[in-house]
Design a protein around this ligand. Structure first.
Ligand code: ADP
Length: 476
């Protein structure tokens, strides 16, 4: 059943995202380390030389300046020179020969130096200079050292821009290792994570497959995350509800087939009796024919109720609400129970006071009253008294059907409204009704937005009631 579409699987997604994430970080590292490394190095070096040069300019004239020049040059590995206005070397003069010879900077270099210094916006200049004799370019810093001897000196600093290729190569090698390790790690980690993430889902799918095959005893196992736990809770709840419905369906089939079978058997056997025995005996034959008619009536009741339930549930949205007198409706409904008054000793007492014109669909409300009375008859024992009170409550009219029958256990009170529910599961043969009566009542009353309920005591009887809005009051 599980189609393993690799591209769409969670595992594949986790892998892809992880590898994309790792690759992005590695790419940024490569760019920073390798591509921008040269620029970065040059900027750093320029700042360094600028700092040294400016500091030297500030210290010019102070005692020990020459020592500062010497130590800075040695420590930083840079060439520091001081030139006079004609480009001759003032510092460093290493030997007496230098003093006499006064070595000069190459004219072209000195000229370039002066030009750059002239054009500089600050009082110093830094520029890059290619030196054909060296393998790498140099950085030159220049500044004017002002003195009060009439002619100024120039500070000339020259620093090699070290070739960074070898450093870049070392970095590259390191980065290759880092890349391999991080890709490997992210693969392993994403595999671990994906497995951890998908495991509970796969487990749920397996359980759901068993459920789909009709095993309602399955239990979905909780996982390591709240989200999965929530899903599992919902699925377990659904399974419970499904199994309830399944149980009810089985009960219904058992009950309905029982209800169908009993009258059918009776009809058949009475018909045979007429054929074989009572054919010519009028009083016997009449008795047998009446039984056949009664049983046929029961069958048609049952079929009608079943049809009603599905009709009620499909037709409730297009109901036509009108004002009608619920007392009259009740009297009409009661007429259908005349048989029980005449033959089984039932007594009905209707009490109705005040204005009992309500708003609703009369045929549906009559069905509600009929079902409640049917139940009252079915669940009455020795006291066959059924009271119907119709009470004007101002905005609303309340109708109660009260019997003195077997009553309902408190624990069952909420469930009796469920479709196919039967208290205690014992199925007695109903005088009328079909076992879906209260669910029809509930559907109709809900569609009327009516309040309804039941009060009952085991062994003492039940009081079913509902309240409808009066016609004329603001409704729905
Ligand atoms: P049915 O009465 O055919 O079983 P209903 O949906 O009408 O189906 O009622 C559901 C259950 O509620 C009944 O099986 C019965 O146990 C209980 N019940 C309904 N009305 C009464 C009543 N008046 N007295 C006692 N129990 C009742």
């Amino acid at each position: 059943m599980i189609k393993n579409i690799w591209g769409k699987s969670l595992r594949h997604k986790v892998w892809t995202y992880f590898i994309m994430f790792a690759s992005t970080i590695i790419l940024v590292l490569w760019l920073l380390q390798i591509v921008f490394f040269n620029n970065y190095y040059e900027i750093m070096k320029t700042n360094e030389i600028k700092k040294i040069g400016n500091s030297l300019v500030n210290q010019y004239g102070e005692e020990g300046f020459e020592d500062v020049l010497y130590t800075t040059s040695r420590n930083e590995g840079i060439i520091i020179q001081i030139l006079n206005e004609s480009g001759s070397l003032i510092y460093p003069l290493n030997s007496i020969l230098d003093v006499l010879r006064q070595p000069r900077l190459n004219d072209a270099i000195f000229y370039e130096f002066l030009m750059n210094l002239n054009e500089a916006e600050e009082n110093y200049v830094i520029y890059r200079k290619e030196d054909t004799r060296l393998s790498s370019p140099t950085l030159v810093y220049g500044a004017i050292l002002e003195n009060n001897r009439g002619s100024n000196y120039y500070l000339y600093i020259n620093s090699m821009l070290e070739p960074v290729d070898s450093t870049v190569n070392v970095l590259k090698n390191q980065l290759i290792i880092v890349t391999l390790i991080s890709l490997g790690l992210s693969l392993a980690l994403s595999y671990y994570l994906a497995t951890k993430l998908t495991k509970p889902i796969e487990r749920i799918t397996e359980t759901a497959e068993s459920l789909a095959q009709g095993d309602y005893k399955v239990e979905f196992q909780k996982g390591d995350y709240i989200e999965i736990d929530n899903l599992v809770d919902t699925l377990n709840y659904t399974t419970k509800e499904l199994s309830k419905t399944e149980e009810l369906r089985r009960d219904l089939i058992a009950n309905v087939s029982h209800d169908l079978k009993t009258p059918l058997t009776l009809i058949k056997s009475y018909a045979e009796m007429i054929r074989d025995i009572s054919g010519n005996n009028e009083s016997k034959r009449n008795y047998h024919v009446t039984t056949i008619i009664d049983e046929a009536d029961k069958l048609s009741h049952l079929v009608n109720d079943m049809l009603n339930l599905s009709k009620v549930q499909t037709g409730l949205d297009k109901m036509d609400f009108k004002g009608f007198d619920i007392t009259k409706t009740t009297e009409n409904a009661l007429k259908r129970f005349k048989y029980f008054v005449d033959n089984e000793g039932f007594r009905f007492y209707i009490k109705s006071k005040g204005n009992t014109i309500v708003l609703g669909e009369e045929t549906k409300i009559e069905q509600v009253i009929y079902n409640l009375i049917s139940n009252a008859i079915n669940y009455s024992t020795t006291i066959k008294e059924i009271r119907i009170n119709i009470i004007d409550e101002g905005e609303m009219v309340k109708l109660e059907v009260i019997d003195k029958g077997i009553g309902i256990d408190e624990a069952e009170l909420d469930s009796i409204w469920d479709r196919y529910y039967k208290v205690g599961k014992s199925h007695k043969r109903a005088r009328v009704g079909s076992g879906i009566g209260l669910s029809i009542v509930k559907s109709i009353l809900l569609a009327h937005k009516a309040q309804f309920g039941v009060e009952s005591k085991l062994g003492q009887g039940s009081r079913f009631y509902f309240k409808l809005n009066k016609a004329g009051s603001l409704v729905l």
